[in-house]
Design a protein around this ligand. Sequence first.
Ligand code: 5AD
Ligand code: SF4
Length: 397
Amino acid sequence: MNVADSDEMFAHLAARGAVLTDKLEEADTVLVNTCTVRDHAEHRAVSFLGRLAAWKKEKPGRIIIFAGCAAQRLGQALQKKYPFLDILSGAKEIEHFSETLDKSGLFGPHQTAGELPAPGLTGYVTIMRGCNFACSYCIVPSVRGPIKCLPVQDILQDAARKAAAGAKEIMLLGQTVNAYQDGAVSFADLLNRVSEVPGVARVRFTSPHPIYFTPQFLAAVKDNPKIARHVHLPVQSGSTKVLQEMKRGYTREIFLDKIRALKSCGFNISTDIIVGFPTETEEDFRQTLSLVDEVKFFIAYCYKYSPRQGTPAAKMKLLGQKVLEERLDILLNRVRGLSDAAYQMQVGSEQEVLMETPHKGRSSGNFWVKTKKSYPVGSLVRTQIERADGTLLFARD
Ligand code: 5AD
Ligand code: SF4
């Protein structure tokens, strides 16, 4: 999501004549787009500002823009601490980034001819911003605000533009992406509509919330092979008690029901898990481990609970760091072999591979596949899987 937001902000700079460079030394302007979901992410963004202080001192005309969720959360306090910051643009202001640039007086006038970088094989398309949930550990609703869905027509236009510029795969983005609704158009309708955009071979999306995976959703997408058979579905905990304290809106059983339904339509499932939520007991943690064993996720990203100021959970008594570290270690050990096992399960299956290099591409379920023959980048190749090695499938082609 941040990559897509960065591209969107860059487009406004490009419209004022900016071109991209990945060399700090060459740049006149640095746009730092930030995350604040865990303390560590925010810390990294703010420490980078320290590095930029020296960069700016070398040539005082250089411009620093600090944007995104950490900018939103820290606001003016940051400007006080780092007076050399030129522009502060919080996550809620991304739609007004062009006005922010104009107001700063630091950039020339908006001329629409700016050169945008080509989207690559995957075009990211934001379909909604914000979140209407209030998970007790999560800072997103406060820094991003409530849900705003983009109009269907704008989304289709954005997808068409990216497909025309070379994207074969469209990735739809939103904090609770499958809560999308625009009038009568549901998320499933939108997926089907995007899949019909000329040039689009595959549609992915991230991140969904379990409760919106209804039987109606599955019925509407199950016959459309362009909708990728992979979902990243954060579970956060395997304990119903902790899920309730997290205010996730589902129980372990409901989550498992959703998984069964998704798997029956061929979806490969990855997840996020938080360990050491303040009320998590040893028994709750064991429930998470048993859920991992039961679901056999494709990938599980595991995080230590990080208290975020202003969230309800931040007022609860923390578990010790040692407990968090021990639990994370145990969980990481438990998830380590999952991907290899999921890859092994694919041996013998038929896959449709979207080629990202002449010899390598990704299947609909998001598995990496190596081919024997060489194919044009961006082509779709149907092949059987001969064997798996670690996190790579080998095609029979
Ligand atoms: N502490 C730890 N992990 C968190 N996440 C969100 N908030 C927190 C927090 N306070 C994790 C969740 C989410 C992912 C993007 O980050 O697992 O799915
Ligand atoms: Fe945060 Fe929960 Fe919204 Fe996800 S659904 S962004 S975890 S509040």
